[in-house]
Design a protein. Structure first.
Length: 199
């Protein structure tokens, strides 16, 4: 399994949030850099000593106070709505996609995300050395992926578990679902041994 395939399964689709955050950060960085350049007098002593707001702009705003206030209120409301939408989108639960195995009208066949996760989990728990497993189906209907956490017993052969997981469990899941690829992010943990009572 390549790192890019595993990363696809690990990463939630935050493309919009990351792009917006990058653009806001870039604008803040450029604004700060420009303020430093002007403040240190690199663009001339006069500009470095001028007020932050240009007197001509202040005079224009004073003569057009009503339209300026309306524009400021509209901009503030717009930024508030966009920020609220951004926050709600970031906090929403990650989708668990159901898979369409057959889209023929009248004979549709859909496998739920929980059914896929339960089947893979049951297979994974049968592997030698695995005490328990947790599986989640993530991604989208067209590009599903799995997140698998395996708890291993002490002394388990890690290579054998990895080979069986990739060769048996994931291969069976791909073939059963009719998928060419099924990215999976796998997390391995050592299961805690039960505490021994001292008599």
């Amino acid at each position: 399994m390549s790192k890019t395939i595993a990363a696809k399964a690990l990463s939630r689709s935050y493309t919009g949030e990351r792009t917006l955050t990058f653009l806001v950060g870039l604008l803040a960085f450029l604004g700060g850099a420009l303020a430093l350049v002007v403040g240190f007098g690199a663009l001339g002593e006069f500009r470095g000593r001028r007020a932050l707001l240009d007197p001509i702009a202040v005079a224009w705003l004073g003569s057009h106070a009503t339209p300026a206030r309306i524009a400021a209120i509209v901009l503030g409301v717009l930024l508030f709505v966009l920020g609220l939408r951004w926050a709600l989108r970031s906090l929403r639960p990650e989708p668990r996609p159901d898979l369409d195995l057959d889209r023929t009208e009248g004979a549709e066949l859909v496998v739920t995300a929980s059914a896929v996760a339960d089947a893979v989990q049951a297979d994974a728990e049968q592997l030698d050395g695995v005490s328990r497993a947790r599986v989640r189906a993530v991604g989208s209907r067209t590009s599903p992926a799995l997140r698998i956490t395996l708890w291993l017993r002490e002394g388990t052969d890690l290579k054998a578990v990895w080979s069986d997981l990739d060769g048996r469990v994931l291969t069976r899941a791909r073939e059963s679902l009719g998928l060419d690829s099924l990215p999976a992010a796998i997390r391995l943990e050592l299961d805690t041994a039960p505490a021994k009572r001292v008599h």
